[in-house]
Design a protein around this ligand. Structure first.
Ligand SMILES: [Fe+2]
Length: 119
């Protein structure tokens, strides 16, 4: 599960997550796996630890044409996934439970991720 790979359809916004690489197509387009990058200042993933949760926020536009479309917490057991929409705040809460990667996907700039230990 920690090898979770995300695929995002550029046409309809569908998000597909696999536990390894696969050939995925949506809307007639073959989707490349989304390669995560370390966050740049515009996509800094802020992580606060509460009792048993990571509270994840980004100071990022949430406009219809440019927004964080999902946040995810990946562990070796599974993925906690929160879909976001324009005009909302870019935030989510995840159980700390074995999380190894915290991910944020910007519809224009792609996937960013941090290890909670380094956040
Ligand atoms: Fe962005």
């Amino acid at each position: 599960m920690a090898k979770s790979v995300f695929y995002v359809c550029p046409i309809c916004g569908n998000v597909i997550r696999t536990t390894g690489e696969a050939v995925i197509s949506c809307c007639g387009v073959t989707l490349p796996p989304v390669e995560p990058e370390p966050p740049d200042p515009e996509h800094r993933i802020r992580v606060e630890i509460t009792e048993d949760e990571y509270y994840v926020t980004l100071a990022h536009p949430m406009r219809r044409d440019h927004f964080i479309s999902f946040l995810a917490a990946v562990s070796d057991r599974g993925v906690q996934f929160v879909k976001l929409y324009p005009e909302e705040n870019a935030q989510a809460r995840f159980r700390i439970d074995r999380v190894q990667r915290l991910c944020a996907y910007c519809n224009r700039h792609g996937l960013f991720e941090v290890s909670p230990a380094n956040a």
